[in-house]
Design a protein around this ligand. Structure first.
Ligand SMILES: [Fe+2]
Length: 217
């Protein structure tokens, strides 16, 4: 595998793009009270991270196969509001530290090759925090990310691709620019169609307990 590392400058620029986007959404005062509260929480916790210290080992790229699928399908781009976030990540897709940490699923043996996430802030990330995570999730086309849950509160910002998002049994199609809040421990799932999905995410609360699938389909 080709050895690639994300530069800390690029990682910081991507984090800053998400941070600025969240701040702009708050300033516009159009989000629900729950999303507003969580965006304030994420920004406050990001303010506690020491961005002068970087774990170089966590900047190393994984060479994840989902990147090849994104390139084959094409990344469809987003809306104007989230374009700066997409632009901050896009040149560095090959260099991001992608991972997939669920146990294998016999009913979806290749899922770990078709989706992944790259964490830039978190317990195992270039910039360390046990209180907040920030990263990018990538899901290849025509894939169900099966129902799962985690104790962390999760905020997603869709930056490319319209997918079907289900939370507590309610399904919605969310386009680029959408903010999606998953309260702690709720069951949620995503399903892509022709377009792959790229979505920035933040976790707060218990960020050390991994997400787990609810059951096999
Ligand atoms: Fe989640």
């Amino acid at each position: 595998m080709e050895s690639l590392s994300l530069s800390s400058t690029a990682a910081l620029a991507a984090i800053e793009a998400v941070r600025r986007h969240f701040a702009a959404r708050l300033a516009a005062r159009r989000e629900t009270p729950a999303i507003t509260k969580e965006l304030e929480n994420v920004l406050s916790l990001l303010g506690t991270v020491d961005f002068s210290r970087v774990d170089e080992a966590c900047l190393r790229a994984s060479g994840h196969p989902v990147i090849r699928q994104l390139r084959q399908t094409g990344i469809h781009g987003g809306d104007a509001s989230s374009a700066a976030v997409l632009d901050a990540f896009l040149p560095h897709l090959d260099a991001l530290p992608w991972r997939y940490s669920y146990d294998p699923r016999p009913d979806a043996p290749d899922i770990g090759e078709r989706m992944a996430w790259a964490e830039l802030v978190g317990p195992i990330a270039p910039f360390h925090s046990n209180r907040v995570c920030l990263g990018l999730t990538a899901i290849g086309p025509h894939l169900l990310y099966p129902p799962h849950r985690h104790p962390a509160v999760e905020t997603y910002l869709v930056v490319s691709g319209s997918a079907d998002w289900t939370a507590e049994g309610i399904a919605r199609t969310h386009p680029p620019g959408a903010l999606i809040l998953h309260p702690a421990n709720i069951a949620h799932a995503m399903e892509t169609g022709d377009e792959p999905l790229l979505a920035a995410y933040a976790w707060t609360g218990d960020v050390e307990t991994l997400s787990a699938y609810l059951s096999e389909a």
